[in-house]
Design a protein around this ligand. Sequence first.
Ligand code: IPE
Ligand code: IPE
Ligand code: MG
Length: 242
Amino acid sequence: MEEILEKIDRSRIPKHVAIIMDGNGRWAKNLLLPRTAGHKKGVDAVEEVLEAASILGVEALTLYAFSTENWKRPTEEVSYIFKLPKLFYTRLIDKLMLWNIKIKWIGEITKLPNTMQKLIADFESKTEKNTGLLLYLAFNYGARSEITATVKKISQAVLDGELAISEIDEAFFGTQLYTGENVNVDFLIRTSGELRMSNFLLWQIAYSELYFTDKLWPDFSKNDFYHAIFDYQQRNIRKGGL
Ligand code: IPE
Ligand code: IPE
Ligand code: MG
């Protein structure tokens, strides 16, 4: 592990990293376990990545935990996934404070059960003053839903006379999304070998570098994160220029 860490150029760490944490079900299936065991083990990988991102000084990390399409899954699986934020809280709150991580939930939060909304509020207020890594937890998140909600919010401001149409440009629109001023994702990682976006951060990834790995999410470690960052640093990022 030390070796790869030493190769990383600390002056060129991507500011905003986003991860599609995929492959929990297949991880469990490979071990003849129920899919829920994979979701539970996935929390270990979240801990790994939070520590690694903090060590490297990543400014913002967005983790895709539950999509607006994941409601299509069997009720038992959805119910299990809904228990994980509490487990995450109990297990990791001390470390989040130690690592100075601030949490913000993004997605259709108001459509979540009240108990969950309360937990989200607790999470956010407890970590509010932390100044290290900003963790956006995408739960009941969908990019199209986010963009639609943003269009509605802006339209309302125009109707209320608080905003002129001429003030709406790309920069302004971007800051109105859930990710606020961290609108540009520099580096996007997807585990489990799937090569698609699954309705994640569609506006924010306009110029992201993409990284796909066959590792299943529960197996993803600090070392895997460092390897991904090292790979990012070998790329020639042009953003349309030369
Ligand atoms: C990702 O793992 C977690 C969620 C989508 C909630 P999956 O549950 O999608 O695992 P696979 O893709 O079926 O292996
Ligand atoms: C994307 O994974 C959503 C999350 C990781 C939370 P899915 O497993 O739901 O995506 P598809 O079904 O492969 O597109
Ligand atoms: Mg999946």
